[in-house]
Design a protein around this ligand. Structure first.
Ligand SMILES: Nc1nc(=O)c2c([nH]1)NC[C@@H]1CN(c3ccc(C(=O)N[C@@H](CCC(=O)O)C(=O)O)cc3)C=[N+]21
Ligand SMILES: [Mg+2]
Length: 282
């Protein structure tokens, strides 16, 4: 299909030059390093973290996984973060979300030193982004922007509808797209007449966590459809939010799941680890 946006292939292309940047840093005595804290045994989280570890290794980025039990208390988790904050050999710190219910995610995110907050979730990085001066940005949103750029899509004046209002996906993506002069609407579970709204979208982004949520009646012919969903169907197969079989016949461009936004999230994370590591030379 020629309307497919192959995120995996784009990520692999970006990996080539990123690997060179890492090699260059190493020659100047800097070993880029990402530390990931994984709490508990959520199987989806384990897969995502494994994919990050694989990509890091392939690029020559050191990857340290700190796996804590689901029963860990907040103070113990905060101690681990503080240690990584103090460790000059660590460039990026990522605490895999979601965290167990007993732990306050906001407290944990706020404990990460903003200059090492490779997810861009801390208030400082979030603030920079909304001040129109992005520093470290959330990697799913950044990865989507890179995908659109790779496809030479100009966002100026485009109507974008994002079905997701989270701090991880919807809000940062809205900020980045607004910065490129798109007209952005954030939709959510309380939005009225959602299909009517989504049909106005030149670019429709969905991250609802519900398989087949986006049906073909919701999509304007020729629209660009970005599927951020990560769901399992009855057979346990990974599927996105979009009814791909039907919508792909109508969309101008569409991302698949797997092989769309997911690999772009991972490569963007690695790019940001390298950007942070470059600052060690300054
Ligand atoms: N602090 C934090 N930072 C994150 O960036 C973060 C997070 N928490 N929690 C969960 C979400 C989700 N996420 C993905 C990473 C890789 C794939 C990925 O590699 N997907 C592949 C395949 C996945 C598979 O094989 O199951 C694909 O779409 O082709 C997807 C999703 C990062 N997230
Ligand atoms: Mg994601």
């Amino acid at each position: 299909m020629n309307n497919l946006i192959d995120g995996k292939a784009i990520a692999n292309e970006l990996a080539v030059s990123l690997r060179q940047s890492v090699a260059e840093l190493k020659r100047s005595g800097v070993q880029p390093k990402l530390a990931v804290i994984l709490v508990g045994d959520n199987s989806a989280s384990a897969i995502y973290v494994r994919n990050k570890g694989r990509r890091a290794e392939e690029l020559g980025i050191s990857f340290r996984l700190i796996h804590l039990p689901a029963t860990v208390n907040e103070a113990e988790l905060l101690r681990n973060i503080e240690q990584l904050n103090q460790d000059s050999g660590v460039d990026g710190i990522l605490v895999q979300l979601p965290l167990p219910a007993a732990i306050n995610e906001e407290t944990v995110i706020n404990a990460i030193a903003p200059e090492k907050d490779v997810d861009g979730f801390s208030p400082v990085n979030f603030g920079h982004l909304w001040q129109n001066n992005p520093a470290i940005i959330p990697s799913t949103a950044g990865g989507i922007m890179t995908l659109l750029k790779a496809k030479n899509i100009d966002l100026t004046g485009q109507n974008v509808v994002i079905i997701n209002r989270s701090n991880i996906v919807g809000r940062p993506l809205a900020a980045l797209m607004l910065q490129q002069d798109a007209t952005v609407t954030i939709a959510h579970s309380k939005t009225k007449n959602l299909p009517e709204l989504t049909r106005t979208a030149d670019i429709l982004v969905s991250a609802t966590g519900r398989a087949a949520f986006v049906t073909k009646d919701m999509v304007h012919p020729g629209a660009i459809v970005i599927d951020v969903g990560m769901n399992r169907d009855e057979a346990g197969k990974l599927v996105g939010d979009v009814d791909f079989a039907a919508v792909s016949k109508k969309a101008g461009l569409i991302t698949p799941v797997p092989g769309g936004v997911g690999p772009m999230t991972v490569i963007t994370l690695m790019q940001q680890v390298v950007e942070i590591a470059k600052k060690r030379k300054d």
